[in-house]
Design a protein around this ligand. Structure first.
Ligand code: AMP
Length: 143
């Protein structure tokens, strides 16, 4: 199973924003879309950074409530790790676990084609494991 099969199910929509934005703006966007991380894109639509709930919490822990006035560009992660649609779910999960992040944008030929979270990947792994167990049971009872 690959990342494309997850996008086929959940869709290719990706929420993005352009700078300048404050952290308070980002909080409002995360809340509006009920997501945990947002991709920041440049005028050409290319990925320029990612900003997650964790970045916001870290900044508040350091600066207190004033953190919400900070520029998103000062809090985002600029070196964004991406994956391709043909990548296996296991490989993407390994990359996320190694980098300790829970979101990964999907890029194909330089274009953003989706976004998956660790929740999407775990959900699919559980569904696959359940289906395999069911197939095995059916095979055993049939023989
Ligand atoms: P998360 O676990 O996704 O909330 O993110 C934890 C940290 O990793 C935050 O500092 C994010 O900005 C950063 N991060 C999230 N996703 C990625 C990614 N795909 N590539 C690089 N950094 C990321």
């Amino acid at each position: 199973m690959n990342i494309a099969s997850i996008l086929h199910e959940k869709g290719h929509d990706v929420f993005t924003i352009k700078l300048p934005k404050t952290l308070l703006d980002i909080c409002a966007t995360l809340r509006e879309h009920r997501i945990g991380a947002i991709l920041i894109v440049d005028d050409a639509g290319k990925v320029a950074g990612i900003l997650s709930e964790r970045d916001i919490v870290r900044r508040i822990a350091t600066d207190g409530p004033d953190a919400l006035k900070a520029d998103a560009s000062d809090c985002m992660t600029s070196s964004v790790v991406t994956c391709g649609p043909e990548e296996t779910i296991q490989a993407a999960m390994a990359r996320m676990s190694e980098g300790r992040f829970r979101h990964i944008p999907v890029v194909e030929n330089g274009d953003l084609v989706g976004m998956v979270s660790i929740g999407d990947l775990v959900k699919r792994r559980i569904a696959d494991a359940e289906r395999e167990a069911e197939d095995l049971k059916n095979y055993l009872y049939a023989s």
